[in-house]
Design a protein around this ligand. Structure first.
Ligand SMILES: [Zn+2]
Length: 137
């Protein structure tokens, strides 16, 4: 291999990087907006978050509330949670959910669906075609 084609190769490899970065940075989960009211927490932009995640609200809620260790319910556009929570804590819980139930573990894209088979759940990626069993953390 001569130097020119080596450089060409490097260039080609480099060209691919920004594209991938662009793509993955396009998927951004909105940070929670909180309102604390009589020692309870409302996530006021819950609707926006759940539509970004593109997951069933009840599925998200079941896991989210369990990991937060509290009770709550959807009230209109908002999520009501018993107790006071800091935004960093809730953002981290949402990120964890996203890693397990939304992002493809192969290509890291959010274009996925949850498929159930008996007691097992799979994350099917419509972008790269991967299908991985979901392992609850
Ligand atoms: Zn994928």
């Amino acid at each position: 291999m001569d130097l020119n084609s080596y450089e060409e190769l490097l260039e080609k490899a480099y060209e691919k990087i920004p594209e991938n970065v662009k793509r993955s940075s396009r998927f951004e989960i909105p940070k929670v907006n909180l309102r604390i009211e009589s020692r309870n927490t409302f996530i006021t932009n819950f609707n926006k978050i759940i539509s970004t995640l593109n997951r069933d609200g009840r599925h998200f809620l079941g896991i989210f509330l369990k990991t937060a260790g509290t009770m709550g319910e959807i009230r209109g556009q908002q999520l009501f949670m018993k107790g006071q929570y800091k935004d960093q804590v809730l953002n981290r819980l949402i990120e964890n959910y996203t890693k397990t139930y939304v992002l493809c573990s192969i290509c890291k894209k959010p274009d996925t669906q949850i498929q159930r088979e008996g007691k097992k759940s799979y994350l099917k990626c419509t972008a790269c075609g991967a299908r991985e069993e979901i392992r609850e953390k």
